[in-house]
Write a protein that binds this ligand. Structure first.
Ligand code: ZN
Length: 93
C-alpha cells in the first residue's frame, strides 16, 4: 500500500492512474481474451491486424500472417559487451 504524505490523495490517485494507463498503452493485447501476453510468449497476427495469443490461436484453423515473440521493455535498449582484443598466442616454452 502506498503511504501518502501529501495533503491531496486525489492528485496522487490521478497520477498513479495516469502512469498505469501510459504503461498499458504501449502493450500488445490479445484480441480474443484481452490478456497482455507474457514476455517470451508468441503472438500471432491475422488478416485485418487481429492479434491472438498462443491460447486463443488454437481455436482458429487459419494460418496467421505473421508470428512474433513478445519482448520485455528493455529489449533493444541493452548493450552487449564483446571482447574485441586480438587473440593472445601462448608463449613457447
Ligand atoms: Zn488470447
Amino acid at each position: 500500500m502506498l503511504r501518502s504524505s501529501t495533503k491531496s490523495p486525489d492528485l496522487e490517485r490521478q497520477l498513479l492512474r495516469r502512469s498505469v494507463m501510459a504503461l498499458a498503452a504501449g502493450r500488445d493485447r490479445c484480441d480474443g481474451c484481452h490478456r497482455t501476453p507474457l514476455i517470451g510468449e508468441r503472438v500471432h497476427v491475422y488478416d485485418g491486424g487481429r492479434t491472438l495469443c498462443e491460447l486463443c490461436r488454437r481455436e482458429r484453423r487459419e494460418q496467421p500472417v505473421s508470428s512474433q515473440l513478445v519482448h520485455g521493455g528493455e529489449h533493444g535498449n541493452t548493450v552487449r559487451i564483446t571482447d574485441q582484443r586480438p587473440l593472445r598466442r601462448p608463449r613457447a616454452a
